[in-house]
Design a protein around this ligand. Structure first.
Ligand code: ADE
Length: 275
């Protein structure tokens, strides 16, 4: 299909210029995995739109440069080291953010883990590492931050899912199962916590070319062009593709949007009509 016919869904990654600069003024966001990939782009865009931002990861090396970039935009920022698989560490992370930046009004559950493996070869450790990060980690961050949001008048929780949890996820049995679980977790807390002014939504990216994905694919010799043929808009996604929807869901413009599940996959799930 020609580019002209693709119009607004076309080949260019989007910008966030359509959002007002103070969209997230007075908001404080916590973005797990905010030092790299999609999380980093979300953290920077939140700062561009007026939020103070805490970013958290196991690896502090990636976080410090992003903190500097956020501060250069005139917002407050901190980096905290955390293993989200450990509930005590998650509680300590939340305390640090509350002490240094104040009440958390936006949580982005973005930290994840993944590797390619045939299901029959998955070790117990491999399974636990990935499901523990995606499912347990997202649950711990949601419960720890949710408790504060309940006390403090609400907030917005956005969890990064994955479209591979909507159907079979070959060689991703662990991450597909984890991502399916967190979709349901968001639906449940959306229902339970609506009365506290907390919204919870899932953004489900398709195939987004991050550095992490590139290195796995290069190692596995995966053919990007072949994979793009299965995507309706004929290209892989970029981290920036995930940002505008996340900004919207974080903001008060989405006041009536909760329990939602939104794909950002270039029409991969619905299949490519050209095949
Ligand atoms: N990023 C990847 N795995 C993580 C973990 N267990 N905790 C925090 N950030 C992570």
């Amino acid at each position: 299909m020609g580019e002209a016919l693709m119009g607004g869904v076309g080949p260019t990654p989007p910008s966030t210029d359509l959002f007002v600069a103070d969209l997230l003024e007075d908001e404080t966001a916590l973005v797990t995995g905010g030092g790299t990939g999609i999380g980093k782009h979300i953290a920077l865009a939140f700062a561009d739109h007026g939020a103070d931002v805490a970013i958290a990861s196991r690896d502090m090396d990636h976080l410090e440069p992003v903190v500097e970039q956020i501060e250069d935009k005139g917002q407050r920022a901190i980096a905290t080291s955390v293993n989200i698989r450990d509930r005590d560490q998650v509680d300590a992370m939340v305390d640090t953010v509350l002490d240094e930046l104040g009440e958390i009004t936006i949580l982005v559950n973005n930290a994840g883990a993944n590797f390619l493996s045939p299901a029959e070869d998955l070790s117990e450790n491999g399974w636990r590492a990935v499901v523990g990060t995606i499912l347990d980690g997202t649950a711990y961050c949601t419960f720890a931050v949710g408790e504060h949001m309940i006390e403090n008048g609400g907030g917005s929780i956005i969890t990064m899912g994955a479209t591979n949890s909507e159907r079979g996820a070959p060689y991703h049995a662990h991450s597909g199962a984890g991502k399916a679980g967190i979709k349901n977790l968001m639906q449940t807390v959306a229902a339970e916590w609506a009365e506290y002014g907390i919204r919870a939504n899932t953004v489900a990216p398709g195939i987004i070319e991050t550095d992490a994905l590139s290195s796995v694919w290069d190692e596995a010799g995966r053919d990007r062009e072949k994979i793009s043929r299965d995507i309706s808009v004929d290209r892989l996604g970029t981290p920036d593709d995930c940002v505008p929807l996340t900004l919207f869901l974080a903001s008060n413009a989405a006041a009536y949007v909760t329990g939602g599940y939104f794909t950002v996959d270039g029409g991969q799930l619905v299949a490519n009509a050209e095949r």
